[in-house]
Design a protein around this ligand. Sequence first.
Ligand code: PMP
Ligand code: GLN
Length: 383
Amino acid sequence: MEIKSLRSKLPNTGTSIFAVMSGLAIEHDAINLSQGFPDFPVSAKLIDRVGFYMKSGKNQYAPMPGVINLRESISGMFRLNHQARYDPETEITITAGATQALFTAISAIVHKGDEAIILEPAYDSYAPAVEISGGLVKRSKLLFPEYKINREEIAALITAKTKMLIINSPHNPTGSLLEKDDMEFVQKLTKGTDIVVLSDEVYEHLIFEKHLHQSACRFSELKKRSIIIGSFGKTFHATGWKTGFALAPDYLMKEFRKVHQFVVFASNTPIQYAIADYIKNQDNYNYLGSFFQKKRDVFAGALKGSGFKVLSCLGTYFQLLDYSNISNEKELAFAKRLTIEHGVASVPVSPFYKYGEENRTLRFCFAKEESTLLKAAEILCKI
Ligand code: PMP
Ligand code: GLN
């Protein structure tokens, strides 16, 4: 018998759009460019390191904040890439992927009645995490079609109750970036306030042309109030490993760890040891920008002459396509029809907005073999 008085904590939340579209792709045997994961293998060298550590007995619980070797390697990586210092003992925690890190950070900071600002289209895990903590989500829209931040609107959302601003660059689902002046704006806006900036930087290495990743840690005042989130799933083509990290000044990390220990306690031990070795060599991640830029260009190039308009993509492995020349259908309906009738699965952008903005754009993941991208583009060119 069901409990009649059960009150949902997320009454308006259904199944995530990633699960819906990936499920539909499998059901209809479509080329799956929906959920963001690569269809090519993880480096054999990295897999060997995981095997090595499993065989040498690193199979029990890791320390609660993570294996110290990995915390030290991450500290070294941020010093090298951003000239930023994070103490491995007190300012870095290894998590079971970025999703857990985001949830933990939000749970640690947001109290009942607090307000958190998100920028839409927003990654789908932010708002539910705020709501589960009893917080109120305030929303500002990125400006279509380049998805730049609306500075005036964000500034106007800030009240005495604002406790968190969540930013994400390179940005999922749009592929836009926060540039240096955007980050300086965020720094100035939050200086002297009680606002913690949660900076989702899981695509930190997937950045194109001459653009630089403007990590929150590059801005000295911003660094003092920021929790930075990363994910090795994205960096090493291993989304199924669910290994990520959080960086924050010690006073914030102390609160993060209080929650972390009861959400997951510790994450996968042998993978942490293996990644600790692997990221000591910059070559193992520095190639990623040009690697994914080439895939972006193959996909966009193969769409020339199609009815789809290719929007700007400066980072991540997602390409937005505007289909307004092809159909007036709403995004979800069109994405489903593309999957079922044409055999190419994508993700509509509208579910990344609370009120379902319709710009007739779909997101396509190009973290795929060139042959997969060309096959998908050939189909799209016929529509
Ligand atoms: N943030 C963003 C912006 C993402 O795109 C993703 C997933 N790709 C995550 C967080 C979650 O990462 P993870 O798979 O490590 O949980
Ligand atoms: N982050 C991936 C995406 O944007 C998927 C994550 C998930 O399946 N929850 O597609």
